[in-house]
Design a protein around this ligand. Structure first.
Ligand SMILES: C[S@@+](CC[C@H](N)C(=O)[O-])C[C@H]1O[C@@H](n2cnc3c(N)ncnc32)[C@H](O)[C@@H]1O
Length: 199
């Protein structure tokens, strides 16, 4: 049975720590199509992963209005982690900043406005987890740039891998064939490929 979005949210929110983010997440879900946000269950998936691997440094490629950044940053908050998120559209980046301020998560997130292809090489930290959610036909380029900056045992999550697979065939081919990664398709909402950087 397919669980509906509200049920996934309730599962996540019922742990008692996340209730304060519920109003803003619910409000942003009303415009999810316009801002091409991830589904709540994918937010929950990222949140569980971040907590499970005790991530401290996360990179997101494709911020939009900050919906997924709220899921990621709220998971990082407990462990004192940090998110860098990249967005080429200045107006969307400003909206994301306003939403992160409202959520009380602005001190955990740095929004960098610019093209990810130029911004990724400028990123300093070694990342525990990277979330790819910008231009689908650029996923492989983002990965090539960021892979040396991901720690061994780190995770890459790529979104829209079922619904927009035809636009990222080079990425799919790479992640399933390189000895550097172990990858698996997860048909969660629009699809995710989860990749593990070999030790
Ligand atoms: C699918 S939306 C991101 C949704 C967001 N992750 C969420 O779930 O809330 C993709 C975003 O990536 C941005 N984008 C596209 N190409 C980009 C690039 N090369 N560098 C940075 N941002 C880019 C778009 O402007 C758009 O806002």
């Amino acid at each position: 049975m397919k669980m509906d979005r509200r049920h996934y949210c309730r599962l996540f929110l019922c742990d008692g720590k996340m209730e304060k983010y519920e109003p803003i997440l619910k409000r942003l879900e009303k415009t999810a199509r316009e801002y091409t946000n991830i589904a709540p269950e994918n937010g929950q998936f990222l949140s569980i992963l971040i907590r499970a691997i005790q991530a401290q440094h996360v990179l997101e490629v494709g911020t939009s209005n900050g919906y997924s950044a709220i899921w990621i940053a709220s998971a990082l908050k407990q462990a004192g982690g940090q998110l860098i998120t990249l967005e080429s559209d200045r107006k969307r980046a400003a909206e994301a900043q306003a939403h992160l301020n409202e959520a009380g998560l602005a001190n955990i997130v740095e929004i960098r406005v610019g093209n990810a292809i130029e911004e990724i090489p400028r990123c300093e930290p070694t990342f525990d987890l990277v979330f790819l959610d910008a231009k689908k036909n650029e996923y492989l380029r983002y990965l090539e740039l960021v892979l040396p900056k991901i720690r061994s045992g780190g995770i890459i999550v790529a979104d829209d891998t079922v619904t927009m697979r035809n636009e990222m065939l080079d990425y799919v081919d790479f992640v399933f064939n390189t000895p550097l990664l172990n990858s698996v398709d997860i048909p969660l909402d629009d699809g995710i490929i989860l990749s593990y950087k070999a030790e």
